[in-house]
Structure formats: C-alpha cells, structure tokens
Design a protein around this ligand. Structure first.
Ligand code: PLP
Length: 371
C-alpha cells in the first residue's frame, strides 16, 4: 500500500510508521556513537550497556528483574525477535495459538517454522475473546501462544483478567507465551499495560519481544530485544547469531539514551497519539465509516459496510485511486479473507497536517456520495 500510495500521490495512512522527526536527542546520540567509533560488530546478543539499560527499564517500569548477561538478547527489531523466538522454540507440526485478526508477519513466521497456526477470534466492538474458544484451542500439540498487547490491528489492550486466563492455560498445558509488546507505551482512556511475564507463574515461560521502533519513532533503525529465561534465551541467541549477528552498533548506543527517558516521555507519547486518534476517529465516523475505538497502539479498524462495496480490496482501491487516501484492507489480517471484507485499517502515527489532508479528502468524498 505504501508503494501504491506513492504512485497515486495518496495520503498514506496504511503502513505504521511516523512521518514526523524522531526525538532530536536520540538522533544526536546515534550520530555521536558513529563519531566515537561504535562501528564494528557488537557482542552478538547485544552491547553490554544496552542490555543493562533494558534491564534497568523493566525493573523501573514493571518491577521485573532480568539478568542482562543471560536473559536479554538484542536483535534487529521485534520482527527478528519474533521469528528468532519461534524458530528457537517450535518444531514442525507443533501448534501456535494466535488471536485473529493478527499482525500479518505471524503468518510467514509460523510457516517458516513449519508450525500450525491455531486461531482464536477477537470479537468486535471491544475485541474480546471467548474464554471457552481459547480453552478449546489448547491441546497436547500446543507449543506457544502469541499475544500482541496492545494489539495491532484492533487497538485492543488485554485486561489483567484476560491475561490471567491466558497465564492459567499456559501453565495447565505447559505452554510458552510469546508476547509482542511494541506498543506498550501507546495507551488511551486509562488503559494499563500489564506484561504477561509479570503474572504469577509466567516469568520463565514468557518470551517478551519489543523494540525501539514505535516508542521512539525510529522504525527504520531495526533495534529490538527479546527477554526470556536463560535456557530459552540460549536457543534464541543461537538463532539470532546466524540470522543477523547483531543489531546496528551505533544505534544500540542511541538505544541506551532512549531507554533512560523518564515517565513523562511515555505520558507525552500517549497524549500525542490520543489527540491524533481523536482527530482521525471523529472524521471517519463523520464520513461514513464505523470505527472500533482503539485503546492502545496507533491504528483504527473501521467497518466499511455502509459504502456498499463488494469487499475491502475494492474499497481500498477506490479510496486510494479516487479519494487519495491509502489504508490497509481488513482481509490482510485474517486467514480467511472473507472475515475481513467489511473492514479497513487506518494508522494515525502521522503529523496533524497529514491527518488534516486525509480528513479533507474523506470529507469531500462523503459530500460527493451524499450529493
Ligand atoms: N509487531 C507488531 C504488532 C507491529 O505492528 C509491528 C510493526 O508494525 C512490528 C512488530 C514490527 O516491529 P519492529 O519494527 O520492531 O520490527
């Protein structure tokens, strides 16, 4: 969609990357690290000071104690973290539970491992799952459950109660949880992020994947990390070593500064995105869409049934070519595309002027439809 958005000169509300600058002090730290010759390979599982900064951050924020020497692996974004975690822990034909709709990468991730995906539905409007359906998904072939929290594409934030049930089932079936927490600091309306790893009994059976990408608006830097108990980390480090060796050395150094931000940085981040969410959601609701209000992350899923198009692909194409706004067809997030034919996903990690540009085009479109 990004490629098509450029081709059609459309406002790109498809791919989730900010179009505003990254924080200047973090950029300066990267430049300084290059000047100071952090330009060679690092220890494959990450520069020692970055692993220490990650450990400090989790202790400060969640009272989680992690050993930087044995439990933290720095990798090339959470994209690599997720595939390294899955390759290190699953065998062909074992099952991995994934909530649907799901972030597209988990499809190829599980295919590459030869693992079977077992889907559990999240139901609109608040994207709750049916506890019995989840219970039924666990069986003696289940190796892991992937939990994206906050969730892309829906903006769901899993409640402590929901996480407790997941924790209970993981322990009952001796299963791993792999959590993708890259939107942990983008929360609205009083939502609270609880890492599954912090729940009783989950410390050593959770693999937590995260990165600098979203919190620090540096999606192109490709610096992420995986937290896991030493036996799991040992396998993950081996996979990581042969996939990529190490994340970019100077950017790891900038990560040390990034992770030392105080709580006000994260509060401002949520505030900044909440205002953008409110702009986009209100314009979408006003112009014929029906939005499912996100409580976290920076996407909004919208129902397009009111427009009378045959499916989401036809509608996304119309929006791109005739309205000048790019969004992601909802079917991309479902195994069976028919389940997403009435949905489209917009992102709002954009400058106000970008959102205003899209708003104007959507309003003009709504006016044309009603005339
Ligand atoms: N996980 C989720 C849920 C995402 O939405 C994205 C990017 O959109 C990623 C992972 C990719 O993250 P990274 O840049 O850390 O590889």
């Amino acid at each position: 969609m990004t490629r098509l958005a450029i081709q059609h000169n459309a406002v790109n509300l498809a791919q989730g990357f900010p179009d505003f600058p990254a924080p200047p002090e973090i950029k300066a730290a990267a430049q300084q690290a290059i000047a100071e010759e952090h330009n060679q390979y690092t220890i494959t599982w990450g520069a020692r000071n970055l692993r220490q900064a990650i450990a400090d951050k989790y202790r400060r924020t969640y009272q989680l104690d992690l050993d930087p020497e044995r439990e933290i692996t720095v990798c090339c974004g959470s994209t690599e973290g997720m595939i390294a975690a899955l390759l290190a822990t699953t065998n062909p034909s074992e099952e991995v539970i994934v909530f649907e709709p799901y972030y597209e990468n988990y499809g190829p991730d599980t295919w590459l491992c030869g693992a079977e995906r077992r889907l559990v539905q999240l139901h609109p409007p608040d994207w709750r799952f049916d506890p019995d359906e989840l219970r039924r998904a666990f069986n003696n072939k289940t190796k892991a459950i992937v939990v994206t929290n906050p969730h892309n594409p829906t903006g769901k934030v899993f409640s402590r109660e929901e996480l407790s049930l997941i924790a209970e089932l993981c322990q009952e079936h001796d299963t791993l949880a792999i959590t993708d927490e890259i939107y942990e600091h983008i929360l609205y309306d009083g939502a609270v992020h609880v890492p599954l790893m912090a729940l009783p009994g989950m410390r050593d059976r959770t693999i937590l994947v995260n990165s600098l990408s979203k919190t620090f608006s540096v999606t192109g830097w490709r610096v992420g990390w995986v937290l896991a108990a030493p036996d799991l980390a040992d396998s993950i480090r081996k996979v990581h070593d042969f996939l990529t060796v190490n994340a970019a050395a100077p950017l790891q150094q900038a990560g040390v500064l990034a992770l030392s931000q105080n709580e006000s940085f994260y509060r401002d981040l949520s505030d900044h995105y909440r205002q953008r969410r409110d702009v986009l959601v209100s314009v979408l609701n006003e112009t014929g869409f029906r939005c499912f209000d996100p409580r976290g992350a920076y996407y909004v899923m919208a129902d397009i049934s009111g427009f009378g198009f045959p499916d989401d692909i036809a509608f996304a194409r119309h929006l791109l070519e005739n309205v000048g706004v790019a969004a992601v067809p909802g079917s991309s997030f479902f195994e069976d595309p028919r389940n997403g034919h009435h949905l489209i996903r917009f992102c709002f990690c954009k400058k106000y002027e970008t959102l205003e540009g899209a708003s104007q085009r959507l309003r003009d479109h709504a006016a044309q439809l009603s005339s």
